[in-house]
Design a protein around this ligand. Structure first.
Ligand SMILES: [Zn+2]
Length: 353
C-alpha cells in the first residue's frame, strides 16, 4: 500500500496561492494588536472568543453569512501602517509554508473609511509585499477586487485603479461579493476598461449561483480565470469550453464547504474536475475565516480523494501556469519549479518485519 503523504511532506513542496483575500487572511493577533493601538472597539478582546466570531466553521450557513466576519477585520485595516503590516505578514505566512508565488486580492474601496485615498491603500499593500519580497524572496502580484453589491460605478473606479497601477504591483482585476441578484454582466464596463488595457482579470463565479454566472464571467466579461467555479459541474457544455480553453479554476475547497457552495467533501466537484483534466488550482480564499493554508487544503484533498503525489505535482504546476505573470518570467519560474518537483519522490512504505 502506498503510504499517505504527511502534512509536513506537502508543506515542503513549492506552491502558489492565487486566490487569497487580504482582509480575510490577517492574523488574529494582529487584529487584537491593531485594535488596541488604534483604539478600535472590537466585539471582544478575548483571543478565543474573537476566533469564534471570525471563524466560519460549521455554523456558517451561506456566503452572505460568511462575509459578515469581514466587518471585524476591516475595522482595523483603515490605515497605511495596518495595510502594509497585514500584507507583509500574509506574505510571511505564505512563505512559511513554501508558497513561492502569492496573489493577494482586496478591494481598496473598503479601506477608505478613515480618510485614506484608494491610491494610498494600493501603495501601502504593495509596499508590504515589496518588503517581503526583498527580505525573503517571495514573488507576488496584487489583484484589485470590485464588489458586486457596491454597483457598477464603484467597479469602474477599481478598474481605473488597475489601469493606473498596472506594472506597479497590480497584476489583475477581480469581481467579488455575493452573486445572488448581482449578475457579473452589470459590471461589464469595468471589465472592458481592464481588458482594453491588456490587464488580466478573474471573477468569483459559480460559487453561490449556478453555471450561468460562470458563463457571464467568461463570455460577457472576458474573465481569464474563474474564482471557485463549483457549480460548473451543472453544465457539461460550459465545462468542456473551460477545459478546452484551459481556463484556470481557483478552487478553495474548505471555503466552499463553509459558504455551502458544496455540501460535503464527497459532493464537492473538485475531484471530478481534476479527474476530467480541468486546470485546477488549489487556494486558501481566507486564511483567517477558514483557518487554513494551501498545505492544509492539499492535505485535506489528499485525505478525502486519495490524490497521489503525481496529481498534487500537476496541481502545483497548474498553479504556476495560471499565475498572472509575464510569460518569460513565468517560463523561468516553471522550469525551476518543475526541476525541483522532479526530485521529490513519495515516501516508501517500510519493509515489514
Ligand atoms: Zn474569494
Amino acid at each position: 500500500m502506498v503510504p499517505a503523504l504527511s502534512f509536513d511532506f506537502l508543506k515542503r513542496l513549492p506552491k502558489t496561492d492565487l486566490h487569497c483575500h487580504l482582509d480575510g487572511s490577517i492574523r488574529l493577533d494582529t487584529i487584537l494588536d491593531l485594535a488596541r493601538k488604534q483604539k478600535v472597539a472590537l466585539p471582544t478582546f478575548d483571543r478565543t472568543e474573537l476566533f469564534h466570531l471570525v471563524y466560519a466553521g460549521e455554523s456558517c450557513t451561506s456566503l452572505d453569512d460568511y462575509l459578515k466576519a469581514f466587518d471585524i477585520t476591516l475595522s482595523v485595516m483603515q490605515t497605511e501602517e495596518a495595510l502594509e503590516r497585514a500584507a507583509y505578514e500574509l506574505a510571511q505566512d505564505a512563505w512559511a509554508e513554501n508558497v513561492r508565488y502569492l496573489e493577494v486580492r482586496y478591494s481598496p474601496l473598503l479601506h477608505t473609511r478613515e480618510g485614506l485615498r484608494p491610491s494610498q491603500v494600493v501603495e501601502a499593500v504593495v509596499r508590504g509585499l515589496r518588503n517581503a519580497k526583498r527580505e525573503f524572496g517571495i514573488r507576488y502580484g496584487v489583484i484589485l477586487c470590485a464588489i458586486r453589491s457596491l454597483g457598477p460605478e464603484s467597479s469602474l473606479r477599481i478598474a481605473e485603479l488597475c489601469v493606473a497601477f498596472k506594472n506597479r504591483g497590480v497584476v489583475g482585476f477581480d469581481l467579488a461579493g455575493s452573486e445572488v441578484n448581482n449578475p457579473a454582466k452589470l459590471h461589464r464596463a469595468a471589465f472592458q476598461l481592464v481588458i482594453d488595457n491588456n490587464i488580466n482579470c478573474t471573477a468569483h463565479a459559480g460559487e453561490s449561483f449556478g453555471p450561468d454566472s460562470v458563463h457571464q464571467a467568461i463570455h460577457k466579461c472576458g474573465a481569464h480565470r474563474i474564482g471557485h467555479g463549483t457549480r460548473l459541474v451543472e453544465s457539461g457544455d460550459l465545462l468542456n469550453y473551460v477545459n478546452d480553453h484551459r481556463i484556470p479554476l481557483e478552487v478553495c475547497p474548505s471555503s466552499n464547504l463553509q459558504t455551502k457552495a458544496a455540501s460535503s467533501w464527497e459532493t464537492h466537484p473538485v475531484d471530478f474536475f481534476v479527474d476530467y483534466g480541468l486546470r485546477v488550482t488549489i487556494n486558501t480564499d481566507n486564511r483567517l475565516m477558514t483557518d487554513t493554508t494551501v498545505t492544509k487544503e492539499l492535505h485535506l484533498c489528499h485525505t478525502h480523494y486519495g490524490w497521489s503525489l503525481q496529481t498534487i505535482k500537476e496541481i502545483i504546476i497548474a498553479g504556476f501556469k495560471s499565475a498572472f505573470m509575464p510569460y518569460r518570467e513565468k517560463a523561468d519560474l516553471l522550469a525551476e519549479i518543475s526541476a525541483e518537483l522532479a526530485k521529490v519522490v513519495a515516501p516508501t512504505a517500510l519493509p515489514k518485519g
